[in-house]
Design a protein around this ligand. Structure first.
Ligand SMILES: [Zn+2]
Ligand SMILES: [Zn+2]
Ligand SMILES: [Zn+2]
Length: 292
């Protein structure tokens, strides 16, 4: 059983969409989806034993959850039809008694195939024209992610002869744990010492980029490890914006120049049309890291 977090309701088109990717997705109401005031939803995927209706898929263009069991994949707000390449198989429960921690009144649109919330005055713009049409739909319930009091990111930032492992956990209380290590990947690369630097970031829904970085030297035939724990008050104060959706991005480089690595990360967010409206260096000071 695998519950995937980071699904959000769009307050414009009413659809359920995945908020954990660089693209916020195309919205049928214009521009990108807007997740303000959304709950944090979790979906079950790739579990053949889970009760409910399978064959719900993520569209890699508009980021919406859409039903793939009909002849038509449905019109996509990004143009053409939804594209399910890369999606897991999501299972939804429908027409069951109300469950605590779950939200009912999510409905399938028979025009665009998307799942949209039907409990608001507006049914939301449909990419197939007009508003969504829920005729023929069951009453789907979606689990509200009460578990998102913490976010954990894992990475294997290998670089030129070094194997790396990094884990970052941040919590609603502002507590964080940032730890990891690099070791030579084989006896030949372990002959000499090597420098490494690593920057891990999350961009929240307000455009603030939270930065965790480390740099050091892997001694010959040995390991560089780091372990930073602490509490950051502004992390706690801004938790709501991380809950609304975050984009993670990290980069590793051989050498000690954290500034160059940070510049590459800035460029990546810019290329993905995600503005950097603030920078908070939680662990590590990066030369020249200023809000742009
Ligand atoms: Zn939308
Ligand atoms: Zn789509
Ligand atoms: Zn629709």
């Amino acid at each position: 059983m695998s519950l995937q977090a980071n699904w959000r309701w769009c307050n414009k088109c009413q659809c359920l969409a995945f908020a954990g990717n660089p693209s916020a997705g195309c919205c049928a109401a214009g521009g990108a989806h807007n997740y303000a005031d959304s709950g944090a939803y979790g979906l079950t995927q790739n579990d053949s034993s889970a009760p409910g209706q399978a064959n719900w898929r993520w569209c890699n263009k508009c980021q919406e959850l859409t039903f793939a069991g009909n002849p038509s994949a449905g019109d996509c707000a990004c143009g053409g039809s939804h594209d399910h390449v890369g999606s897991g198989d999501y299972v939804l429960v429908q027409n069951v008694p109300s469950q605590s921690g779950w939200q009912a009144n999510w409905r399938w649109c028979n025009k665009c195939q998307a799942l949209a919330f039907a409990g608001n005055p507006s049914l939301g713009d449909c990419p197939a024209g007009g508003t969504h049409d829920h005729t023929g739909s069951g009453d789907y319930q979606i689990e509200l992610g009460s578990s998102e009091t913490s976010i954990t990111l894992n990475g294997s930032p290998n670089v030129s002869g070094l194997n790396g492992h990094v884990t970052l956990t941040i919590q609603e209380s502002g507590a964080y744990s940032f730890s990891g290590s690099w070791s030579p990947s084989n006896v030949f690369t372990g002959v000499i010492s090597q420098d490494v630097n690593f920057v891990m970031t999350l961009r929240d829904a307000q455009g603030t980029v939270w930065v965790f970085s480390t740099s050091g030297t892997v001694p010959s035939e040995s390991t560089y490890s780091f372990n930073n724990n602490g509490t950051n008050p502004s992390l706690a104060a801004n938790w709501q914006f991380l809950q609304l959706g975050y984009t993670p991005h990290d980069q590793v480089n051989a050498g000690l120049d954290l500034g160059a690595t940070w510049t590459a990360i800035e460029n990546w967010y810019n290329q993905n049309k995600q503005t950097i409206d603030g920078v908070v260096e939680v662990v590590g000071a990066i030369a020249g890291a200023v809000a742009s």
